[in-house]
Write a protein that binds this ligand. Sequence first.
Ligand code: FAD
Length: 303
Amino acid sequence: MLNITHFQEKISTLLPKIELRMNEPMSRHTSFRIGGPVEVMAFPKSRDELAEILKVSALLDTKAVILGAGTNILAPDEGMHGLVICLKDCLDGMQRLDQNRIYVAAGVTMTRAAVFAAGLGLSGLEFAHGIPGTVGGGVYMNAGAYGGEICQVCESVDVMSMDGTVCTLTGDQMGFSYRHSILEDTPGIVLGAVFSLAEKTEAEIRAVMQDLMNRRKTSQPLDLPSAGSAFKRPVGGYAAALIDQSGLKGFRVGGAAVSEKHAGFVVNMGGASAADVKTLLKQVSDKVFENSGIRLEPEVRIW
Ligand SMILES: Cc1cc2nc3c(=O)[nH]c(=O)nc-3n(C[C@H](O)[C@H](O)[C@H](O)COP(=O)(O)OP(=O)(O)OC[C@H]3O[C@@H](n4cnc5c(N)ncnc54)[C@H](O)[C@@H]3O)c2cc1C
């Protein structure tokens, strides 16, 4: 029988109308397919529900952790106490605001946003087609690929503070830099973003998206669970090349391995634990440092 904690009882009483799951395995919500049970996972369907959850989490003195599509997270094997708020497919919706601008809610995947923009003949989000995360996660970490980055097209972001108040930050105020935004330093939840795009024909946009997808399929191990590039691009080199030059393609710790197809990816070969991945990341980083003098830092967020 499941042991229902005091916190679970309290939160169910205080949030009777909100979808809550108790002891929900994080492995169901991460692209690595790794992670033990979360005490409570909440699925708000609107801004109001999200604000209500934050109010209750403050009342219960619990820090709420935000989850998008879980495609850049390594979640702990032992599980997590407290509250995780899952926004993927929850904060939903996209709309055209005027000729060149669209609004996309945080829970929409970047691929859906790119396809929506393409359908309107709006160019700028082609790079995001194929990044498996949500717009919220993409804005939070300024996701990018093939020369494109969220910061190039993001005009403004609606942000909810942890006390439930909402403000709009301009792209400049978001403090974007390589795989970073101000929200990593000052906690806040992305509710949605306005993207400023350029007119092109739908056929041109779709051709670029198709080309980028083909490049992904050719170079990345998309058939195995991973969290994308495991390391940030270091100054003075490329993580994948440095790992390859250190002879680490296929290097394995337990069920985790450096991909044979793309040395920048760590893949779950089956049954990998978070501990396997963490050990592997450390050993790869140490070996590359010994070999090149360059220290690799994980891009994947370790919870
Ligand atoms: C096969 C594969 C390919 C990938 N390719 C790329 C690529 O080309 N380029 C690239 O940049 N990334 C890539 N990634 C990594 C990943 O998709 C991106 O980092 C993405 O932006 C993460 O979004 P997410 O919704 O999955 O966020 P999550 O992994 O759920 O969360 C990541 C972080 O963002 C925070 N967060 C999530 N949503 C919000 C929100 N609404 N408000 C505030 N904080 C939030 C979380 O708390 C967490 O700290 C790839 C991953 C995979 C598995």
